[in-house]
Design a protein around this ligand. Structure first.
Ligand SMILES: [Zn+2]
Length: 331
């Protein structure tokens, strides 16, 4: 767990203009406790009051102003901004760890303290791998079995490996504990450990792998990616033209062809000039940060570009965008 937290001073000041100094004290203590709880706080007034170090009398006066920053979720109170930052920190840590493991490729937007935390993540991953590991083939087959998309929201955006039981809770790195989620669902899943894979994924995976083993030399696949379905696997002749799906690392300097760009602009004529340049820079950052792989880099690129928010302001800083995303998420 990260022991540092992104704290947006301007946001904090703007959101707390109405607080007294005593309330500020209580609020900061609640924020720190929420950080340690991945965004979660006790569900009772007594629990909150103890954290805020206020007397019952003081809590009576200050409690409502402090609780106004929190959202009730089930039994617990949640500080959604802290929850977002916590998850965001985990993504950054994971991204750094992946980037580091891939041989020190370009650095993810400056988080100077990331290295130590990447080590923590790497240690956790090592522990998870000691419990169980998976092969690239298993993962690719599983993604295909899940339709090549996020199992939580059906988004066709690039998926990432979600450890169903999080590795910080002792989850393993075996295929049993992995499911594809889009980055957005992955970073907002919190303590949810729901297995969203199709119920017959295990049988289908076994079939896919058996089929792949019968193909002596894996052939590179044409794009766009084929989705291997159970029936196509079952129906393909043992020595027929079956494929092992292969994803490839999206190159750092990915450039769409003129035709691809023209196709995109048919859908999104607004993606020109500075907005386009900024979005391309985002795409490359994201590829580097996540060591993104794809069956079809062009499709991945197109999906990413399509998701550019119409309201996105050219020149919006990383922080401004994060705030906008938080506000959208909370709304
Ligand atoms: Zn999703």
């Amino acid at each position: 767990m990260a022991d540092w937290m992104a704290f947006n001073v301007a946001d904090y000041v703007a959101n707390t203009l109405h607080l007294t100094t005593r309330q500020h004290g209580g609020y900061i203590l609640l924020i720190c406790a929420a950080w340690n709880g991945k965004g979660f706080l006790p569900g009772t007034d007594e629990g909150l009051r103890a954290i805020a170090k206020l007397s019952p009398r003081e809590w009576k006066d200050d409690g409502p102003a402090l609780k106004a920053f929190l959202t009730k979720r089930g039994e617990a109170w949640v500080h959604e901004r802290v929850e977002f930052e916590w998850n965001d920190a985990q993504s950054l840590i994971a991204a750094k760890s992946r980037a580091g493991a891939a041989g020190g490729r370009a650095k993810w937007a400056g988080r100077a303290q990331g290295r130590a935390h990447a080590e923590t993540r790497a240690q956790r991953l090592a522990a998870a791998r000691a419990i169980g590991t998976h092969t690239a083939e298993e993962w690719i087959a599983l993604v295909n079995i899940c339709g090549g998309k996020c199992v939580a929201c059906d988004s066709a955006a690039k998926v990432v490996k979600d450890h169903i039981k999080p590795i910080y809770q002792g989850g393993s790195d075996s295929i049993d504990n992995l499911q594809p989620l889009c980055s957005s669902c992955n970073s907002s899943k919190g303590p949810d450990a729901t297995d969203r894979r199709p119920p017959d994924w295990r049988e289908r995976l076994a079939e896919c792998l058996a089929d792949a083993r019968q193909t002596a030399a894996p052939t590179p696949l044409p794009s766009p990616r084929p989705v291997t379905t159970t029936s196509s696997v079952a129906n393909s002749a043992p020595h027929g033209a079956s494929h092992t799906p292969r994803s490839q690392l999206i190159p750092d300097d990915f450039e769409p062809s003129e035709a691809d760009l023209a196709a995109l602009r048919k859908e999104r004529p607004d993606l020109v000039g500075e907005l386009y340049a900024q979005r391309m820079a985002d795409f490359r950052d994201w590829c580097r940060a996540t060591a993104a792989r794809s069956f079809s880099p062009v499709s991945t690129w197109r999906g990413f570009m399509r998701k550019t928010k119409t309201g996105a302001v050219a020149g919006e800083t990383w922080d401004q965008r994060r705030i906008r995303l938080i506000e959208e998420a909370i709304r």
